[in-house]
Design a protein around this ligand. Structure first.
Ligand code: GLN
Length: 385
């Protein structure tokens, strides 16, 4: 039998999605794979019904339906403070997973190096390897998840082609400060590297923290490829609507990559999602308030269960420290927890390049009733401590 490609040996299947299967096997509350349990806004659902009845049902323009790009440019222009031309600066993709792959393949030649902060969302390593690039990992040291400027400098000394920036950060919940972003921007400029962002949690940030777009920093639009999606902002992870934003010449390349990867995102869903992009600003304020309430509620539950964690500044994940339970193998611990406690988490080691085995990730984009039940179940851990 012919052998499959060697590149497959350099990454594993998603542990996040494996934990969803484990959760289902044991009937555990699934706080592993991070997706909301709320539906998209009602006007979007209504627009979806209409699009199904009336179309369009055939291919949209490959780099995005004009109406969708128009609405997206207008919305992002407001938040990013940039002048965006829907004809030149955007490519609509099948979720931000494709956006990241497309960005990576647009920026990198085989053999190029890409700086990735660790812990990191597992896709980045795989996307770098699939595009022929080689990851260089720079630690975000727990529990505060800060990088050491010397370590980042040392990584740039290896002349990387790009740095991946997940901000707000999955899994750590970190929101990069202005100073941190400026430091990264300076290094990218002086070493002539791209910054590829993943900003899918751009609207889920807890006060006093605030999200700043790397592309909006002085001189950075020209070298930033911003990836994001509608998934988390409008509770539509299954619609697979993402996008890449960048300067015209880079986007001309991204269009080509995207065209041959997937041709395009679903046409009727793009049509329906225009209504999401046109929601008033109050929508984003409410989203932020709702998530703040959820976060605070869930952290109270964790406090009651006596758990130690890093308080998330953004996104909807919390990293819990399992050192008090004598955990040596976080994968084994997560499987045990799903089976015996009835709560599924993601083992932290799947996000770290370094040998870090004492953290687990829980997501809290669930109803308060489910979070309360989770809290009750987690009390069982007390007997282990
Ligand atoms: N981004 C989410 C997470 O980190 C969902 C990942 C996925 O399965 N696409 O859990």
């Amino acid at each position: 039998m012919p052998k499959t490609a060697d590149r497959l040996n350099h990454f594993t299947e998603s542990v996040i999605r494996e934990m969803t299967r484990v959760a289902n096997r044991y009937g555990a509350i699934n706080l592993s794979q991070g997706f909301p349990d709320a539906d998209p806004p009602p006007e979007v659902l209504a627009a979806g019904k209409k699009a199904m009845a009336e179309g369009p049902h055939q291919y949209a323009v490959t780099w995005g339906a004009p109406r969708f790009r128009e609405a997206l440019a207008r919305k992002q222009q407001h938040w990013m403070g940039l002048d965006l031309n829907p004809e030149a600066h955007l490519v609509v993709t099948c979720g931000s997973t494709e956006a990241m792959m497309c960005a990576m393949m647009t920026a990198c030649n085989p053999g190029d190096k890409v700086v990735i902060f660790s812990p990191y969302y597992e896709n980045y390593g795989a996307a770098a390897i699939l595009s022929g690039a080689r990851p260089i990992y720079v630690p975000l040291h727990p529990p505060e998840f800060v990088f050491d400027p010397q370590e980042l400098r040392a990584a740039f000394a290896q002349s990387p082609k790009a740095l991946v920036l997940c901000n707000p950060s999955n899994p750590s919940g970190k929101v990069f400060s202005r100073e941190e972003l400026e430091f990264i921007a300076e290094l990218a400029q002086s070493h002539d590297a791209f910054v590829i962002t993943d900003e899918v949690y751009e609207h889920i940030v807890y006060r006093p923290y605030r999200h700043r777009y790397m592309a909006s920093l002085p001189g950075m639009f020209e070298r930033t490829i911003s990836c994001s999606s509608l998934s988390k902002t409008y509770n539509m992870t299954g619609w697979r609507l993402g996008y890449v934003i960048g300067p015209e010449t880079v986007m001309a390349g991204a269009r080509k990559v995207h065209d041959f990867l997937t041709v395009g995102a679903a046409a009727p869903l793009q049509e329906a999602a225009v209504s999401a992009l046109q929601l008033p600003l109050a929508y984003y304020t409410t989203l932020q308030m709702d998530y703040t309430r959820k976060r605070d509620f869930f952290l109270d539950c964790l406090d009651e269960a006596g758990l130690v964690y890093t308080k998330p500044q953004g996104a909807y994940y919390v990293m819990v420290d399992c050192t008090p339970f004598g955990v040596r193998d976080d994968r084994e611990f997560c499987r045990w927890m799903a089976r015996e406690v009835g709560v599924a988490a993601v083992p932290g080691s799947s996000f770290f390049h370094e040998p870090v085995n004492h953290l687990i990730r829980l997501h809290f984009s669930r109803s308060e009733a489910i979070l309360a039940e989770t809290g009750k179940r987690l009390q069982k851990l007390k007997s282990l401590a």
